[in-house]
Design a protein around this ligand. Structure first.
Ligand code: ADP
Ligand code: MG
Length: 616
């Protein structure tokens, strides 16, 4: 499930934060608390995405200051300094009035029986994310949820700049007369509306039906990038403005009701097929070329470049088969073309590049090919690996497309063209930022959370087995050692020790041959360490047995240079000696997510600097 806005609201932990209460409610709470000078509380601002209002008492009067969330993710009171969060802002004003009537002296504390009030836009904001993912990438269900969770910060930025383009009521650049023609065609209920680009001006107009007459309004776009009706309430996005105008007329002849649907837009465009096989590119052109009425093709948004998102790749959703459909487990040899290119090799044989042909088209695949002289035992191992993979379907886990028995036994998988994470990072130190690594490791934690939920243990989680589709998209692979746990089992017990990756293994694996999701968590910690040290080798030159005593003596690897404290703290928690005390993947993912969101909100979205001037 997606976290609610309350958990991502950076003010949610503040004891003087009330959520979306009205001005008069705020004044009521302040009165109840005694009206002392400098008494204050914080509440949500309805008008701006992520903004607040600070309500302060001075001289038995109320003062309300709106706190804007700026595009770069900082917060400020108009004319004041910027702060990285609402807590920091309030702390600042508790020491320095800096233009306010007084310093903030006494928080008006929310009593335990008063919950933080959810806002009208709290749900909207989440729904916006889902709706956007649904429309832009044609994703549904679990794939949509995973996209929203892993990319929420990036999606919010995209939505702030381009979301309206995906809405049924958006008609692109059409003349006023054409807008009228579309409103008058079909039924003409009051409140039927559309939004269009005004010709030549770069601003929007609202065309609205009332009493069988079309009305046209210009939507103002001010210097700070806010949208509003003339003299009306200002919003960060056209979408929010539209949602608001559905509730309040704000100067219009009527509230907005039914959208006049733009039938000329191919809204459910396929996910960007053209971006396949661009493993290392970090920027792509948006895919919003929308044919509008008539024959003219125009680009719906200025061709700003944006970062490639996992959902842009075919490997995100599962187009191949229903995981319950056992019939398609085997692939015909004539559906496969095998390249000479080797992607990697091991004892079993090698992994080759190939193409999988279906009615839907050709897909690049990776094919694990057994050495033909291999005996029965190895064949059985590969069958077991295939059986495990067949039961899994998650964007952050390499999917198996099927097994092929021909000149040799072959396991056909989705292609992760940018290869193993450790190699990628060690060769691309200069182009991969820490934020990038956090995003990738968050995806790995999501894949592992899924495995834990399905009761599988991986047993070989390591940076070498995290493969990249591209720089922004990671998948867990190599299920050669993995086990499905029985419904009542919490661990797998290995009868004998094998060729084990000791440096990645938790103490209970070595000591008692016990493998569980908790021991995968230990390996996740080592994988994080590898990632944040850009593909460094864990425990340097130490040998496996030396590592065992190093750990037993209470030692742990040091923080990689430049690795954020919160990430190192998480690694160390993954390396909790007793598995009972170690966090599980639900907790690990939650912490990865919180950190990922917190740093992604502080980077400037691209293409937001050029804001159009309003016309008179
Ligand atoms: P092993 O059990 O020998 O470690 P892996 O499944 O990890 O086998 O595969 C070995 C190598 O083959 C990987 O390190 C990677 O370079 C390449 N490889 C495996 N699967 C894929 C894939 N789906 N896409 C791209 N390369 C792959
Ligand atoms: Mg491997």
């Amino acid at each position: 499930m997606l976290s609610t806005n309350m958990t991502t609201d950076p003010a949610a932990d503040l004891p003087f934060y009330y959520g979306s209460i009205s001005r008069s409610d705020a004044e009521e709470y302040l009165k109840l608390a005694g009206m002392a000078d400098g008494l204050f509380l914080l509440r949500q601002c309805l008008r701006s995405l992520g903004g607040y209002v600070l309500s302060v008492v001075w001289n038995v009067e109320f003062h309300h200051y709106s706190v804007e969330k700026q595009l770069i993710g900082t917060y400020c009171i108009a004319g004041g300094k910027s702060h990285c969060g609402p807590a920091e802002l309030c702390e600042f004003y508790s020491k320095d009035p800096d233009g306010l009537v007084c310093t903030l002296r006494k928080p008006c504390l929310r009593s335990p029986d008063v919950p933080i009030k959810a806002g009208v836009f709290d749900n909207l904001r989440e729904n916006m994310l889902r709706e956007y993912v649904r429309q832009a990438w044609n994703l549904e269900g679990e794939a949509m949820e995973q996209a929203v969770i892993s990319q929420a910060p990036q999606l919010e930025k995209l939505i702030a700049t381009t979301a309206h383009e995906k809405m049924t009521w958006y008609h692109g650049k059409i003349p006023r007369q054409e807008g009228e023609r579309r409103l008058y065609s079909g039924a003409q209920p009051d409140g039927k509306f559309l939004i269009r680009d005004r010709e030549e001006s770069g601003t929007f107009a609202l065309s609205l039906m009332y009493g069988k007459t079309a009305y046209h309004y210009q939507i103002l776009h001010d210097k700070s990038g806010k949208y509003s009706m003339p003299e009306g309430t200002k919003f960060d996005t056209v979408w929010q403005l539209v949602e608001y105008l559905k509730m309040k007329p704000d100067g219009l002849v009527t509230v907005l009701r039914e959208p006049c649907v733009n039938n000329t837009t191919k809204r459910n465009a396929p996910r960007c097929v053209n971006f396949r096989n661009v493993p290392c590119s970090t920027k792509v052109k948006p895919f919003l070329t929308v044919p509008l009425g008539g024959s003219k093709e125009v680009t719906a948004s200025p061709p700003t470049e944006r970062q490639m998102l996992p959902m842009d790749c075919n490997e995100f959703a599962n187009p191949y088969h229903d995981p319950n459909d056992l019939k398609k487990f085997f692939i015909n040899r004539d559906q496969l073309m095998i390249d000479e290119v080797e992607l990697g090799s091991g004892n079993f044989g090698c992994v080759k590049k190939g193409v999988f042909k279906t009615q839907k088209g050709h897909t690049d695949v990776a094919i694990k090919v057994l050495k033909s002289e291999n005996e029965k035992l190895v064949k059985e191992e590969m069958m077991r690996e295939a059986e495990i993979m067949h039961q899994l379907s998650n964007p952050y886990i390499v999917r198996m497309l099927g097994l092929c028995e021909a000149e040799s036994l072959m396991l056909v998988m989705e292609m992760a063209a940018a290869g193993p994470l450790n190699k990628f990072l060690s060769t691309k130190k200069d182009t991969v930022t820490m934020e990038n690594i956090v995003g990738l490791m968050h995806q790995v934690s999501m894949g592992m959370k899924y495995l834990e939920e399905k009761n599988f243990v991986h047993r070989d989680l390591a940076a070498r087995n995290v493969l990249l589709v591209n720089q922004q998209f990671a998948k867990i692979s190599d299920f050669g050692l993995s086990k499905a746990l029985g419904a009542d089992d919490s661990y797998y017990k290995a009868r004998t020790a094998g060729k084990w990756p000791l440096k990645w293994y938790a103490p209970e694996c070595m000591n008692f041959h016990k493998f569980s999701s908790k021991s995968d968590v230990w390996s996740f910690g080592i994988t994080m360490w590898e990632a944040f040290s850009y593909g460094g080798k864990p425990y340097k030159k130490m040998k496996g047995p030396e590592v065992i005593s190093f750990i037993a003596n209470g030692n742990r690897m040091e923080c990689p240079p430049g690795c954020p404290d919160r990430m190192y703290a998480l690694m160390k928690d993954c390396w909790t000696y007793k598995h009972e005390d170690r966090p599980g993947f639900v907790k690990v993912e939650e912490r990865m997510r919180a950190f990922h969101y917190s740093i992604s909100n502080k980077t400037l979205p691209e293409g937001t600097a050029d804001i159009a001037e309003p016309l008179k």
